[in-house]
Design a protein around this ligand. Sequence first.
Ligand SMILES: [Fe+2]
Length: 260
Amino acid sequence: MSSVPVPASRLPTQTAISAEIATLHQDPRCAGAAQQRPRLDFAPYRSSLTRHPTKDLHHVDPETIERAAPCFGHWDVDPLEADLTIGHAGEPIGERIIVTGRVLDGHGRPVQGQLVEVWQANAGGRYVHQGDQHPAPLDPNFTGAGRTLTDDAGWYRFTTIKPGPYPWRNHNNAWRPAHVHFSLFGTDFTQRLVTQMYFPGDPLLALDPIYQSITDPEARGRLVATYDHDVTTHEWATGYRWDVVLSGGTSTPLEQEDDQ
Ligand SMILES: [Fe+2]
């Protein structure tokens, strides 16, 4: 279903959105475990109000889902799929980076053989998707999707291009901080975790209603990678470290469906 876009001049300002975020962060109802996850009704993130269930979920037999849902066998994940900078005629434009880390369970144990999928905008902040028509260039040498499997110690590693920030229509002059989308499959399909990894020092983090919909600052911080000079490679790429914890009190916050 299509809808007529609201003119930019009628959208709320960043100042107004930031004030709403600050007010909600002061709200004592944000206390407790709910802070660790994006809030469903986080008004500064406008669409969060309208697109989550308002009725109880229908509970189904997980085994039934397993039979009908997509299944990813480990035999068809090619190691080259972890390098998003190859597979085209030339090198993509942008800052080449390595993103690596460990996938751990709530007890700090490595999760082996875990399918890790990523997707992201190019260096200009543009997705290869018909829904993204903002005036930034597509890169013929960058598609922005990759996947890999964790090794026996739970490590994953991607080579890619640092994504650019991009505009969205939550409010006037709204920009998403640079981010890489991550999807992880647990030991079965119903444990799938979808989240976003951000970059340290990004000034847009403070302004972003999606990032700020996790009201616990410590939990939010777990979505931000760390620059790691030991991952940085001589004359090749800068390096970032980002660990994912699938369960427990320090788990990585997952996102709502359709987060931009
Ligand atoms: Fe995105």
